[in-house]
Design a protein around this ligand. Sequence first.
Ligand SMILES: [Cu+2]
Length: 86
Amino acid sequence: MPELKVGQRVRWYLMADASDAFDIHVIHWHGNDASSNGMRTDAVQVLPAGMAIADMLPDNPGIWLFHCHVNFHLVGGMIARYRVTR
Ligand SMILES: [Cu+2]
């Protein structure tokens, strides 16, 4: 499980493979927002063979979900947890 600290600058690197040209991902964090492409958000789209960067400054401690919002990806296991501690 990724371990983050409140106030720590965190950079998430989000990448998708090119095995399916139609597989769009919508990566979503519970609990904390990130900044990506000049926008404050809690969800980032990643196209096939695409990449995105999201910068997070966690301010909400806890154990949070991090998952793809495409339902069949979520059910298929694209879900994890990350922890934010003080
Ligand atoms: Cu997905």
